[in-house]
Design a protein around this ligand. Structure first.
Ligand code: FAD
Length: 533
């Protein structure tokens, strides 16, 4: 068993990422936001750590002692620091609440088990004592997946899987590695790199999200066109439930009835705790190259992506198309934002990873398709710029919130024939709900039959930014449901999408999920209030 050499910095408690990378918005950008969107500095400054309001711990001391007897004394924490750092996830509403000093959803305690058996024992105690359990990976959920309903429970514990952080084994013949769920993505890549391997899973939350969270929320990374979604990589898994342990996946494909792995992929901690993952791995690429293409319109760029996704040759590893607004914002220098760049068209980034021969072959084949579809080659600069900045965008959100802008993202997916309708419906809903926001969109996950749409919204904060975003999100969710999209392509359901998910799967679908939940978790302790309609 191998453990990672370095631990990542603890995440900023009130915002995104490594605290050392937090930055203020430059004054010219603040001025521009004021001019274009009417953004003004918020009236109240963000709360300091010492000002955060925590509810009292309600878990009886004997329960805390029983948990400490399982995980070890130092691995059950009820101190303010641990509780605040395990409060909610990292959506914009989550950050706004923390900035306001509101930690009312904090767990009573954080439990850090060190093995599958300890997880199973914690679940047994919590089921007996009616304690709600929130499985906690990197804490990067953006859909309210880390807030358990308290009603009817003695208390709530966050079950932090950080100590389950080993590379258990590598099977180079089958190209499968067994890894534990608490590994953050960079730690997993570091361990695999020592064997010349990679997962190829690079979501924007890469720096902090964990393997368990990727499986539990059906994550999709920026290189999904080449490496696939995370759920495609899961060859097998071990799951601890209050009723016992499941070992799932013993062959690449099976006709032995419904695939029970699918019950736990996307189950968001409501059915069980994933304690080990057998993941398909690839050889680490020798070459990585990214380049830009320009299309006159979003529709033309989308048609080019569809051709690449539907052709027989493998598509690029990374394929990403920004709409006109996102292209304009991405290309412009702050001073140019207002006027210039309106006709900048749409930027498509195509990236290729693999052996030199494979990359050359796929690049030639993709370039021919892109030229034929009307694309203009822009060379490596836009691709390199995207690759260099790909994990820094979330830091910008904190700077924008501090400057008085509301900024949030949402995503959906549908079949190709419906994509223009879905795009228009969500855009119009956001524009209608927010007045005159900046609404940007990109396509970054493509399939032969369809694609996802990822929207970013920036607008001036009102006096009630939480209410302002709640109204916009409601409007967008309704538009997605009505226009035939799925409520989530890769963020998951959590609490925020539960209603729309219920509409998507219907009453019978909801009944099935409740039935599974009752069988696996009769006391209903696992993440109550999340996912299940
Ligand atoms: C800035 C930012 C960028 C993002 N970019 C992307 C992106 O590009 N692609 C993408 O797919 N997502 C993205 N996300 C969303 C988020 O990172 C993913 O949902 C990720 O899969 C969550 O992983 P995590 O380890 O942080 O899980 P957590 O947030 O800790 O948990 C997510 C859910 O899974 C459950 N869970 C966690 N671990 C386990 C386990 N071992 N067993 C059972 N249940 C478990 C939790 O209870 C919760 O319901 C982004 C989020 C942020 C804040």
């Amino acid at each position: 068993m191998e453990t990672p050499l370095t631990a990542a910095e603890p995440m900023l408690w009130s915002g995104w990422g490594d605290p050392a990378k937090a930055a203020e918005l430059p004054a010219p950008v603040r001025d521009l936001l004021a001019e274009l969107l009417g953004v003004r500095a918020p009236a109240t400054p963000a709360a300091t750590f010492g000002e955060v309001r925590l509810p009292p711990v309600t878990l009886p001391p004997p329960v805390l002692a029983a948990l400490a007897a399982i995980a070890g004394d130092g691995n059950v924490r009820a101190d303010d620091d641990a509780r605040i750092r395990h409060t909610r996830g990292k959506s914009t509403p989550d950050l706004l609440l923390m900035r306001a000093g509101d930690a009312s959803d904090a767990p009573d305690a954080v439990v850090l088990p060190g093995s599958h058996d300890e997880v199973a024992a914690v679940l047994r105690v919590c089921a007996e004592q009616r304690v709600a359990v929130v499985p906690f990976g990197g804490g990067t959920s953006v859909v309210g997946g880390l807030v358990a309903a308290r009603r009817g429970f003695t208390g709530v514990v966050a079950l932090d899987l950080a100590r389950l952080n080993r590379l258990v084994s590598v099977d180079p013949v089958s190209m499968i590695a067994e890894l534990e769920p608490g590994l953050r993505a960079p730690q997993a890549e570091q361990l695999l790199a020592a064997h010349g391997l990679t997962l190829g899973h690079f979501p924007q939350s890469y720096e902090y999200a964990t393997l368990g969270g990727f499986a539990a929320a059906r994550s999709s990374g920026q290189a999904s066109a080449g490496y696939g979604r995370f759920d495609d990589m899961v060859a097998g898994m071990t799951v601890a439930t209050p009723r016992g342990t499941l070992e799932l996946g013993r062959a690449p494909r099976s006709a032995a009835g419904p695939d029970l792995r699918q019950v736990f992929l996307g189950s968001e901690g409501a059915f069980g705790v994933i304690t080990s993952l057998r993941l398909r791995v690839r050889r680490a690429p020798e070459v990585r190259t990214y380049e830009g293409w320009r299309f006159a319109t979003f529709a033309e760029g989308a048609a080019a992506m569809r051709r690449l996704a539907q052709q027989e040759a493998p598509p690029p590893t990374v394929l990403r198309l920004s709409d006109e607004t996102e292209t304009m914002v991405g290309l412009a220098k702050p001073a140019d934002l207002g006027a210039a760049g309106r006709d900048s068209g749409c930027l498509l980034v195509a990236g290729f990873e693999g052996s030199p021969g494979d990359v050359a072959h796929r690049r030639d084949s993709a370039s021919a398709v892109l030229v034929e579809a009307g694309g203009v080659h822009l060379g490596p600069e836009p691709g390199d710029k995207w690759a260099q900045g790909r994990f820094s965008v979330p830091y910008l959100r904190d700077s924008l919130l501090a400057a008085g802008a509301t900024v949030e993202t949402l995503e959906t997916a549908c079949f190709w024939s419906n994509l223009p309708r879905l795009y228009d419906a969500v855009r119009l809903a956001l524009l209608g709900a927010l007045g005159s926001p900046l609404v940007m969109c990109h396509i970054s996950h493509v399939y032969a039959t369809g694609a996802s749409l990822y929207f970013t919204v920036v607008t001036a904060q009102t006096g009630d930014p939480l209410g302002q975003w709640a109204a916009a999100k409601r409007a967008a969710n309704e538009a997605i449901v009505q226009a035939g999209g799925t409520i989530s392509h890769h963020h998951g359901v959590g609490r925020d999408h539960r209603e729309a998910y219920a509409a998507e799967i219907g009453d019978l679908g909801g009944d099935i999920l409740r039935g599974i939940k009752e069988r696996l978790d009769p006391a209903g302790i696992l993440n109550p209030g999340v996912l299940i309609p």
